[in-house]
Design a protein around this ligand. Structure first.
Ligand code: GAL
Length: 457
């Protein structure tokens, strides 16, 4: 489309040879897919809090605004064809609350119908949808009355979810209630670089407790509705998990700070919805109520590792400053590339929760596509390895189908298997997209690919 694929795949030069090149196979039931989020791709999401936030100079690193984004709201059929063209059978997308309920209590039937159409268009193409109900953006009216901090926020979220059910419940088997709640809380309430732009630990705790309650409400509503094919739906959250290692292995203080950050960032939210108690910082393990564990699967979003150095000057960040491993490859945003990290985290998720796992996001900002092929080969190899250890991983959604609006980074960060020319809206397949399509078709990372892209480090 618009000029076809970019030049074909070439070996990545900077990687050293690896001894074992046995192929890594995935079971035939394993699903390969891609992920997007409404605000980042749809365009004209003008009733959302992010739309306002972007309009303030200095908020978006490259000065861009989401605007028409990828025009996915109009072009979804064509984009679903692009998914199918890569032999993928799954698509994680999100529903935009700000479109469904642009004013309090006024639900837009046309918007709900739109998402029903998208879901039907997925199935017509043999694509299994996975639907996220909240992916960082809120209706402006909801944000203006206190956002997630308002005491009735979970009830309002529940009303939105309930309203979707008559039309959408029977079309979806896999639901993600919340995307990356801890990322949202960090960025929005500690670092203040996303809406609501605060530096407020207490506000973060209030919002966090309500996000936990909101998930529990949505979990119950989804389970009270007949799912796809009359089966009970699978419901979970997409949790951003990061490896936290000490900057200096020998330093007890670094190890302490890394561990504290890991507990808070990786596990507090998941522990809370799994055990039905508010874990610190959200509470002192007091009971919440409802059926537990309130997750049928754990959705893992994995990107990178942080090396944590103890810093007494940073109590707000649990006395740790994050950096990268010296000399490690990094993506265009400076995030360390560490494929083995996903296996380490998957082992912990399996041990802690014992639930089925979906990789709900994994990807790389790499405009030149120099690193993405090796990134894909080695992350998928690690996932196959974890499955070989008996960890029940059901599928993989690569972030992302298309370049898109990367929040406070704007359009400069390019995560797509398809590159976009935002002037013309042309989508052009990157070599890594071609490679991912081949892996999906083979259901294996072949020995040839492992030889072509030997292990980094
Ligand atoms: C995740 C997020 C996505 C996307 C991705 C790449 O944290 O869920 O929306 O932005 O990171 O940074």
């Amino acid at each position: 489309m618009c000029g076809g694929p970019m030049s074909s795949i070439e070996p990545f030069p900077g990687f050293h040879a690896q001894s074992s090149v046995a192929p890594h196979r995935f079971p035939s039931t394993f699903r390969f897919g891609v992920a997007t989020a409404a605000h980042q791709v749809e365009g004209n999401n003008d009733h959302s809090d992010w739309w306002d936030f972007e309009s303030i100079p200095g908020h978006i690193a490259d000065g861009s605004r989401s605007g028409l984004a990828c025009d996915h709201y109009q072009r979804f059929r064509q984009d679903l064809d692009l998914i199918r063209a890569l032999n993928l059978d799954s698509y994680r997308l999100s529903i935009e609350w700000a479109r469904i309920e642009p004013e309090p209590g006024r639900f837009d039937r046309a918007a709900i119908d739109h998402y029903a159409e998208v879901l039907d268009a997925c199935r017509e193409r043999g694509i299994e949808p996975c639907v996220t109900l909240y992916h960082f953006t809120l209706p402006q009216w909801f944000a203006a009355r206190g956002g997630w901090e308002a005491s009735d926020a979970p009830a309002l979220f529940a009303r939105y979810v309930q309203t979707l059910m008559p039309l959408l419940a029977s079309r979806v088997a896999l639901w993600v209630t919340l995307n990356e709640p801890m990322v949202y809380l960090y960025q929005g309430y500690l670092l203040g670089i996303w809406p609501p732009g605060r530096h407020d630990m207490k506000g973060m705790v209030r919002a966090g407790r309500n996000l936990i309650r909101a998930h529990l409400e949505a979990y119950r509503i989804l389970h009270d509705s007949p799912g796809f094919g009359g089966e009970p739906p699978q419901v979970g959250i997409a949790k951003h998990l990061r490896v936290f290692d000490p900057a200096r292995e020998g330093s007890r203080l670094d190890r302490f700070a890394a561990k504290a950050q890991e507990e808070l960032f990786n596990w507090a939210f998941l522990d809370s919805i799994h055990q039905g108690r508010f874990f610190p910082p959200f509470g002192l393990k007091e009971r919440i109520g409802g059926a537990m564990p309130a997750q049928d699967f754990v959705g893992v979003n994995y990107y990178s590792r942080g090396r944590v150095q103890f810093s007494p000057a940073r109590p707000g960040q649990l006395f740790g400053v994050q950096g990268t491993t010296p000399g490690a490859p990094v993506n265009d945003l400076g995030w360390e590339i560490y494929p083995e990290g996903i296996t380490r985290l998957l082992r912990t998720v399996h041990r802690r929760y014992g639930r089925p796992i979906w990789i709900t996001e994994n990807g790389i900002a790499d405009a030149s596509d120099r690193l993405r092929p090796a990134f894909l080969v080695h992350h998928l190899t690690q996932i196959a390895r974890a499955m070989g250890e008996g960890i029940p991983i059901h599928g993989y959604f690569h972030w992302s189908l298309l370049d898109n609006f990367e929040w406070a980074e704007g359009f400069a960060a390019r995560f797509g298997l398809y590159a976009i020319d935002y002037q013309t809206q042309c989508r052009v397949l990157r070599p890594s997209g071609q490679l991912y399509g081949r892996i999906a078709a083979d259901h294996a990372v072949s020995s040839a690919l492992l030889e072509q892209y030997p292990l980094m480090f």
